[in-house]
Design a protein around this ligand. Sequence first.
Ligand code: IMP
Length: 183
Amino acid sequence: MDAADINGDLTEVLYTEKQIQERVREIAVQIDEDYRGKEPLLVGVLNGAVMVMADLYRALTIHAQMDCMAVSSYGSGTQSSGVVRILKDLSIDVHGRHVLVVEDIVDTGLTLTYLLENLASRNPASLKLAAMFRKPEANKVHIDMAYVGFDIPNRFVVGYGLDFNGRYRNLVDVGVLNPSIYA
Ligand code: IMP
């Protein structure tokens, strides 16, 4: 679906499908250069990272592997709490691997802080982060991000994997959700 299909649900479109795809390809070029000869392991965080993982992984020209984790961040609606539980762990052992975590969005950064600490304790050769979106105003903890798609305003956005109550993940554009939807 695109923004026209959900007319009225968004107050504004931040990035179109074309802009997102272009940015993904730019990031892939950087990753190609940085990881040449290293065969990185891309770790996606379900469910939000499914779209960016699928696009980024296929845009790489180097050999790479992928695996996914599922975590639940306790909290309701549009607020993140930072209390995290692993619902599905990796199938691949990350010990000695060059791990690149692929995330849809870094908001407060609380979920990711937990996840990065957890992965670091498994002794990867390196551990870096790629996120399609970042909300700089909302960051509660500093996280080094090797690759960022776009910095966005501190608003609740949907599309390209980002949902509200399970909806809008299949929106190809990314936009600000009309507050009347979650009021
Ligand atoms: P954080 O722990 O606050 O950085 O955010 C954790 C998760 O909350 C992200 O991986 C998203 O799944 C979700 N999230 C944060 N901001 C948004 C948003 O604007 N739209 C949809 N999901 C969001």
